[in-house]
Design a protein around this ligand. Structure first.
Ligand code: PLP
Length: 466
């Protein structure tokens, strides 16, 4: 017997019920405790030991969202979410995700999803214009181009492999290659070197605002060249994970050009801010960059996963990744007339992730997105001023975007106790962190529904416990 699918009428009924459930969840979000009291194993022990043999009604599936999922989930979309970096979504991106699933397209090749491929290429060109990155990174002009990846880590891993291939093609031995980043770079840089088989990794010293010291980079490169090694790739951060420090992209780029390194920029979080011209000073030097990654799934209202990778020249990427088994060959690809995004990343299959980005850009407009970024940055600056004016608190880093890093003047234990008190409220959530043994609290303002009132409530808790 073939399986019984929902009839069109049943699908409509269940779809309405699900949308109703989502709308109610979003309304309830501000009142839900952000973290659950769940203990390891609690969720599994509440589930049946075996998969059901008989079909269950849709209502039962929906009820388990309330009974099993919501009480045991961390609610990242809560307006009191100030932890890590945001992974913000928006109602329109949720709807787009629903439509993407319904279309169920697998756009590995242009020929398997022309609309998916061309909308992705086009929307990334819109973004190239909105973020004012070099024109050569656009898909329509090239020689570079943009592609949506699952995560910024994927992009960082990938470009390490591309850099390895480029260096090896130029005559270097894989065992001699060296990758560089600062001590504050995201761990994906070190991981990317590992994945690419680059054995030598130099994490270069930072200055007092946690930005890479170019002199330290130059010295490390010189030492490696003297030792007979081959510098292959350097990663600059525009917005480090720890404190959103910005590395000197232009100077790193000049060093990279001088010594033949691939230069990758990791702007996973801060890239979204570049939609506002006032942050573009942090983009100085993009003409000396080979690849650039950033996450609309962090701070541009586009739900996870949606990470943009731009390359200044698509050829090294495609040469590294492209393999053409006979079953993937087709006239459009053979004619070289189209982008086949399967050649731009590790997996073959790919979802139509561009749809949600397209809808977000259209539903908010560039001005709407700029307004959100500016509001979050303004809230962060106000909070930073309050911290500075407080006699028992201090800022531990500048605030170039919307992350405030603060510490208790009484030391690490007091800082940790403050973080614990904030997170115990259930309505606000922050991340305790550490640089060189100094404990601090990261307050990252960037959720879609966060407003002045939520930050005021957080500040109230901070002052109560400081
Ligand atoms: N790079 C930076 C600077 C980050 O802050 C992060 C995550 O916070 C990443 C990379 C990794 O991002 P993803 O989760 O998309 O791999």
């Amino acid at each position: 017997m073939p399986p019984r699918h929902y009839t069109p009428d049943e699908f409509r009924e269940h779809g309405h019920a699900l949308v109703e459930w989502i709308a109610t969840y979003l309304e309830r979000l501000p009142d839900l405790p952000i973290t659950p009291p769940t203990q390891p194993g609690d969720v599994r022990s509440s589930l049946p030991a075996h998969a059901p043999t008989e079909p269950e009604p849709f209502q039962a599936l929906l009820e388990d969202l309330d009974d099993v999922v919501v009480p045991n989930l961390v609610h990242w979309q809560s307006p009191g979410w100030f932890a890590y970096f945001p992974a913000n979504h928006s109602p329109v991106s949720v709807l787009a995700e629903f439509a993407t699933a319904a279309l169920g397209n697998q756009g590995m090749l242009w020929s398997t999803g022309p609309a998916a491929t061309e909308i992705e290429a086009h929307v990334l060109d819109w973004l190239a214009e909105l973020l004012d990155v070099p024109r050569s990174w656009r898909n329509d002009t090239g020689p570079g181009g943009g592609v949506i990846q699952m995560s910024a880590s994927d992009s960082t891993h990938l470009v390490h492999v591309v850099a390895r291939e480029r260096a090896v093609a130029a005559g270097a031995a894989t065992d001699d290659l060296v990758a560089y980043a600062s001590t504050q770079a995201h761990s994906a840089a070190e991981q990317g070197a590992r994945i690419a088989g680059i054995r030598h990794v130099r994490l270069v010293e930072v200055d007092d605002v946690q930005a890479l010291r170019p002199r330290a980079l130059a010295a490390a490169i010189a030492d490696d060249v003297d030792a007979g090694l081959t510098p292959a790739i350097v990663t600059s951060a525009v917005g480090t994970t720890g404190t959103t420090a910005v590395d000197p992209v232009r100077i790193v780029g000049e060093l990279a050009r001088e010594h033949g390194l691939w230069h990758h920029v990791d702007a996973a979080y801060a890239g979204s801010a570049m939609i506002c011209p006032e942050f573009r000073e942090h983009h100085d030097g993009l003409d000396l960059v080979d690849s650039y990654s950033w996450n609309p799934h962090k701070w541009l209202l586009t739900n996870f996963d949606c990470s943009v990778l731009w390359v200044a020249d698509r050829q090294p990427l495609i040469e590294t990744m492209s393999i053409a088994p006979p079953y993937l060959r087709n006239a459009a690809s053979d004619a070289g007339a189209v982008i086949d995004y399967r050649d731009w990343h590790v997996p073959l299959g790919r979802r139509f992730r561009a749809l949600k980005l397209w809808w977000v850009l259209r539903a908010y407009g560039a001005d709407g997105l700029r307004a959100m970024i500016r509001e979050h940055v303004d809230l962060a600056h106000c909070l930073a001023q309050q911290v500075q004016a407080h006699d028992r608190l201090e800022l531990v880093a500048p605030v170039p975007f919307a992350l405030v890093c603060l510490a208790h003047r009484d030391g690490n234990d007091a800082t940790d106790a403050l973080a614990t008190a904030i997170n115990a409220t259930g309505h606000s959530h922050v991340t305790p962190s550490d640089i060189d043994g100094r404990r601090f609290i990261r307050v990252s303002i960037g959720q879609a529904y966060t407003d002045r009132g939520h930050v005021a409530r957080l500040w109230h808790v901070i002052t109560e416990h400081a």
